[in-house]
Design a binder for this molecule. Structure first.
Ligand code: HEM
Length: 452
């Protein structure tokens, strides 16, 4: 018995020594000392990208924090982001399995929260090939035009009353498809809503003939369910998960970017005038802006880029996790570490952006800096394998909406409100909104018959 105890003791000692030896050898990135149980969570305030931006000034552009017991890497510079999302992208292509994905996304059966693997690959292929290819997007332009005309005509009628208009209220009602409105008004419960949309589409398909033509993106998804060549059969939950991605991605995102643009523009009316001059020259006063006009609307394009630089919707890119142990920038990074990129901080990096806190669209004029994830100083749509698949739709909606709102109306603050009173505070979330929505006095500037 005594011998047995000695053997057990020797084994335990070896294990402890081995672990200590191993840990000593690990060269982990720097970071603040964690507290027991909560780790470093007490250092992260209600606007996390700002707290993490400040911490990075002390600990550097790659720092290791503990959120509870989990290791979380925070990356805050373009160079370091390139290391993770380009050089080592394959290893960081998964998402951590967090409660959000489990409970709101059909147990990770959507694209945003799905771990890297066959389901995600197939979903991504469907999105890129079937839903967001430019032919399909062109064929659904009529839906966007219809929604746009409704928005403009609603705003026109309100503007004629002369009262201040709460822009957010109208932008969030203006949606990718009228279904979202129904979700907000009729169905608080997401799953109920998804079932409703799905059943409605199925019923319409069954009523249609054999030559059924997809009218919107949900129809395209339903066609995929029947595709015998699909590697992995889609079940109802995965269709609902993917639908949810489309609805969430297609509504709040564009509306919030437009809201931020007006928060900035109204403080500098000369920019609104400059944009309107461009519109008068390219479009004239006889029609609305179409998606194809955008190659010529370069100043408005610069306004959009500058808005996305200072106000990226995902101030912290959604978390990734590593599939294997790796070695980056001289540090050892264990498998399963969570990675978060501070896109907000990167957009303000003074080595890349002069007067980085100021809104200056002109900084993009004549520069070849785009927003699709290849220039790491500007990452509103992320980068690498998990970058936003809805980019081409999102950017079309933002362009057409912003351009038409500037084309159709003159903009002023209500009497008694000064530009310097405008709060640029944020509410942090999966998308980060202005804390206080603004009212505007809007005055139509085109012949009135165009608004009807
Ligand atoms: C202004 C418009 C939009 C912005 C700024 C935006 C931004 C983003 C960002 C930052 C990511 C994370 C990328 C990464 O992890 O590197 C993302 C992912 C995603 N976006 Fe968007 N997005 C927009 C529009 C859309 C639209 C219109 C859709 C679909 C209708 C969409 C669907 C998705 C999906 C499904 C993902 C997850 C991709 C994955 O994990 O593989 N987004 N988006």
């Amino acid at each position: 018995m005594e011998n047995y105890c000695w053997v057990v003791l020797a084994i335990i000692t070896c294990v402890v020594l081995l672990k200590l030896f191993h840990d000593d050898k690990q060269n982990l990135p720097p970071g603040p000392k964690p507290w027991p149980i909560i780790g470093n969570l007490h250092l992260v305030g209600s606007v996390p990208h700002k707290s993490l931006h400040k911490l990075a000034i002390t600990y550097g552009d790659l720092m290791l924090l503990k959120f509870g017991t989990r290791n979380v890497l925070i990356v805050s510079s373009p160079e370091m982001t390139r290391e993770f999302l380009k050089t080592n992208d394959a290893n960081w292509a998964s998402r951590p399995q967090l409660a959000a994905g489990k409970y709101t996304a059909y147990n990770y059966h959507d694209m945003t929260w799905a771990p890297y693997g066959p389901f995600w690959k197939q979903a991504r292929r469907i999105y890129l090939n079937e839903i967001f290819n430019s032919k399909r997007l062109d064929s659904f332009e009529y839906i966007r035009v219809e929604e746009m005309q409704n928005l403009i005509s609603r705003l026109f009628h309100l503007s004629m009353l002369g009262n201040p208009i709460l822009l957010r209220q109208h932008l969030t009602r203006y949606t990718l498809t009228s279904y979202v409105k129904e979700m907000k008004e009729l169905h608080r419960n997401l799953d109920k809503f998804n079932n409703f949309v799905l059943d409605d589409h199925k019923a319409k398909r069954e009523l249609g003939d054999k030559n059924f033509v997809a009218r919107d993106m949900v129809d395209v998804l339903l066609q995929q369910v029947e595709d015998p060549n699909l590697h992995l059969k889609l079940n109802t939950d995965s269709v609902k998960g993917l639908m949810q991605d489309l609805l969430a991605g297609g509504t709040d995102t564009s509306a919030t970017t437009i809201e931020w643009a007006f928060h900035e523009l109204i403080k500098q009316p000369k920019m609104i005038k400059k944009a309107q001059k461009e519109l008068d020259r390219v479009i004239g006063d006889g029609r609305w802006v179409q998606e194809k006009d955008f190659t010529q609307l370069t100043y408005i394009e610069s306004i959009i880029k500058e808005t996305l630089r200072l106000h990226p919707l995902s101030t912290m890119l959604p978390p990734r996790t590593s599939l294997e142990d790796c070695h980056i920038a001289g540090y050892d990074i264990p498998k399963g570490t969570i990675l978060m990129v501070n896109a907000w901080s990167i957009g303000r990096n003074s080595r890349y952006w002069e007067s980085s806190e100021e809104f200056i669209p002109e900084r993009f004029e004549g520069k070849d800096i785009d927003v699709t994830g290849q220039h790491f100083m500007l990452l509103p749509f992320g980068s690498g394998r998990r970058k936003c698949p809805g980019y081409s739709l999102g950017i079309r909606i933002i362009r057409a909406t912003l351009a038409n709102l500037l084309h159709g109306f003159n903009w002023q603050l209500p009497h008694g409100i000064n530009p310097q009173d405008i709060s640029m505070d944020e509410i942090y979330g999966l998308t980060t909104h202005p804390k206080l929505p603004l009212h505007f006095i809007m005055v139509p500037r085109l012949p009135h018959h165009l608004y009807k």
